[in-house]
Ligand binder design. Structure first.
Ligand SMILES: Cc1ncc(COP(=O)(O)O)c(C=O)c1O
Length: 354
């Protein structure tokens, strides 16, 4: 490995959930349509577990921790159509653990058995539908109260719960180290090695950023590597000031936990919050057009909540002249495609399909 400034992080044990390396290919048609820079796609939508996605890389380390701590029930929470919850439930099932999911009604979703919820049902996850006061995002207090009730219930039944914070990102619940970030520290090295084999020098990696550990992990990998690859996160929910602080905290917790000498600072963190639109989980016409643009040129599907917004951001940044024509950009496809289906009506409306 070429991360000279890292230490124990490479030796961490993980369970096996994904097929690696995931493909990384050039998007020739998209590159041509946009007139450069060169755009590559890293297909983490093909990680292999439960329709793929970035969460399974994180869960390899988290489920290892669940097993090490001898827990038998995994509890987590998120918005109703959560990719994270689905991936957690699938990973738990693979390792003989019982998943309990607290699914909060957010955005336009009412709890129909569709998309990720359908996949949760097939896994026989123990689903608890919950309400949010604002109806838009789950607040920390709401999640804490609801989780505590479930934890008490699990303990009363004589089971051993493991609580994983939303997205497997920040330290909290039963997770005492930022294990999610390790998955993307690895992924950075995977991308770097793949690029090396193709003789490519990458300038940027850009991706959708939600709970922060994908970005924190990639950033740690990039800093350890030291060749100047920039990591750009497109926020899907939080404003850049507060979100950058969360990413910095995750990165610093990882540096402390594993003795990394990467010294990430707030200047390393690049977050674009211009593409959130109306809020987390709310789609807009620009995102629908972007889904179609990528499908038409590459025969490839993005999702409406994360990768669609991130790609809309990339296209706009290219149009604004943020990159040089000679730059090489890797767009990280972080998954989430099953969420297309519950958005069918809005997508059909925006794309004026009759
Ligand atoms: C499809 C998809 N892309 C991107 C993200 C964002 O990743 P992170 O939560 O690590 O910022 C998520 C997670 O919420 C996701 O489900």
């Amino acid at each position: 490995m070429d991360n000279k400034k890292s230490s124990g992080i490479e030796e961490l044990r993980r369970v096996a959930l994904i097929s690696r390396p995931t493909p990384m290919v050039k998007m020739d048609n998209l590159t041509e349509a946009l007139g450069g820079p060169e755009i590559y796609i890293k297909r983490d939508d093909l990680t292999g577990l439960a329709f793929g996605g970035n969460k399974s890389r994180k869960l390899e380390y988290i489920i290892q921790d669940v097993l090490d701590k001898r827990a038998d029930v995994v509890i987590t929470w998120a918005g109703i159509q959560s990719n994270w919850c689905l991936q957690t439930a699938a990973a738990a099932r693979k390792y003989g653990l019982k998943p309990i999911l607290l699914l909060f009604r957010t955005a336009e979703h009412t709890g129909e058995i569709d998309g990720n919820v359908l996949l949760d049902v097939i896994l026989e996850a123990d689903i608890r539908f919950c309400e949010t006061k604002g109806g838009r995002v789950v607040t920390e207090e709401e999640a804490e109260d609801a989780v505590q009730k479930v934890v008490n219930e699990v303990l009363e039944k004589g089971h051993r719960p493991y609580i994983v914070p939303i997205g497997g990102s920040v330290v909290g619940g039963s997770m005492d180290k930022p294990l999610g970030a390790v998955g993307y520290f690895d992924a950075f090295n995977e991308i770097k090695n793949q690029a090396g084999k193709k003789g490519l020098k990458i300038d940027y990696i850009i991706h959708a950023s939600g709970s922060g550990s994908t970005q924190a992990g990639l950033l740690l990998g990039a800093k350890a590597d030291g060749t100047g690859i920039r990591i750009f996160g497109v926020s899907v929910s939080e404003e850049k000031e507060t979100f950058s602080e969360s990413i910095l905290k995750i990165a610093r917790d990882a540096e402390d936990a594993w003795g990394l000498k990467t010294s990430v600072t707030d200047e390393d963190i690049v977050v674009y919050d211009e593409y959130i639109g109306e809020g987390y989980g709310f789609m807009n016409k620009n995102v629908a057009d972007t889904l179609r643009f990528v499908a038409l040129h590459e025969g490839l599907y993005l999702d409406p909540v994360y990768t669609g917004k991130a790609m809309a951001g990339l296209v706009d940044l290219i149009k604004k002249g943020t990159f040089k024509k000679s730059d090489r950009i890797v767009f990280l496809h972080t998954g989430g495609v099953p969420a297309l289906f519950p958005y069918r009506n809005i997508i059909v409306d925006y794309l004026s399909y009759k």
